[in-house]
Ligand binder design. Structure first.
Ligand SMILES: [Ca+2]
Ligand SMILES: [Ca+2]
Length: 319
């Protein structure tokens, strides 16, 4: 035993006599500190995992939707995959405080019976073709865009083939065709309003048949009492009805700047009807009212749904 060793033992004995030379408790303290670190690490990891699974869930749902589409059984399988997606998103979204969306989308949420609202992303604008412009709807069906200032994409009549085209166009953009629940929740917002803009119909906020009706009647000497959206007054085609001379026209995306949801999506009410994925027999619903459809006070309502084929049918993508 050398001098250093003797010195160390002596020091320890002295320390023990004074305060207790308790190495084991020091080790316990270190261990418990390590445990505490590892617990906070694992909880951090848990949070990261759930954030990752949020992204993973999006990828899975796109894949699932793509699979169901490739089978050409649009309606049922799409609805199934949509409800599965809701389940997948549920866990991750409620665990994530902030919900980031791509720049061309905004964050929205839909109610959940038993838990916090399910968060998702929805396109800011009605879908448009890649080659659309302010004066052109374009012709390239390869991918749905969400951009301001261009004429949005629509078909007339609506068909099962168009439904698949819309679904594929959203998938090509890394998204899916919005479901009825996603669309309606975005329309009514957290206050569950009747319209995007509140509970009272206002014909001037979004692009509807009524938006221009009052102006047309005034210009053409039609009295206020007789001014309505019937064909004889200010009908579907006021003006002379020829192309380019209708009162009511599809406007470029986002042109009605006040026609915006709580979450920041434009033209959810009005401009084009929007096709949403549904579990009904048609596989889709028609939502939101449109620039050329009568009774906008009814048809713009967030809960209003139809399954017509004869309409100018646009759409919107979600993620
Ligand atoms: Ca007006
Ligand atoms: Ca619309």
């Amino acid at each position: 035993m050398n001098k250093n060793c003797i010195f160390a033992i002596s020091l320890c004995l002295i320390t023990f006599l004074i305060i207790g030379c308790d190495e084991s408790s020091t080790e316990e303290n270190i261990d418990s500190a390590r445990d505490s670190d590892s617990q906070s690490d694992s909880s951090d990891t848990g949070t990261n995992d759930s954030a990752t699974s949020s992204g993973g869930g999006c990828i899975e749902e796109e894949t699932a939707t793509a699979d169901s589409e490739s089978e050409d059984t649009a309606s049922d399988t799409t609805a199934d995959s949509a409800s599965e997606n809701e389940g997948t998103d549920d866990t991750s979204a409620t665990d994530t405080e902030t919900f980031a969306c791509p720049a061309d989308m905004v964050a929205s949420a839909m109610p959940n019976d038993t838990d916090a609202p399910v968060k998702f992303c929805i396109d800011k604008y009605e879908a448009s073709r890649t080659d659309a412009a302010a004066d052109s709807h374009g012709s390239d069906d390869s991918m749905a865009m969400s951009v301001p200032g261009v004429l949005p994409w629509y078909v007339n009549p609506m068909s099962q083939a168009a439904l698949i085209t819309f679904q594929n166009a959203c998938i090509a953009a890394g998204k899916h065709l919005c479901t009825a629940n996603e669309w309606e929740s975005t329309c009514s917002g957290t206050a569950h309003t009747i319209y995007v803009f509140g509970n009272d119909f206002d014909p001037e906020i979004c692009n509807t048949v009524a938006t221009y009706c009052d102006d047309y009647c005034e210009e053409n000497g039609i009295s206020e009492e007789d001014c309505n959206t019937s064909i004889s007054s200010c009908g579907y085609y006021c003006g002379d009805g020829s192309v380019g001379n209708e009162c009511f026209q599809v406007t470029p995306t986002g042109e009605f700047s006040g026609c915006i949801t709580e979450s920041g999506a434009f033209d959810v009410n009005g401009n084009l009807w929007e096709i949403v994925a549904s579990d009904n027999s048609a596989g889709f619903e028609v939502r939101g009212g449109a620039y050329n459809c009568a009774n906008p006070a009814t048809r713009l309502q967030c809960t209003y749904a139809a399954t017509w084929n004869e309409l100018n049918a646009g759409f919107r993508c979600c993620k």
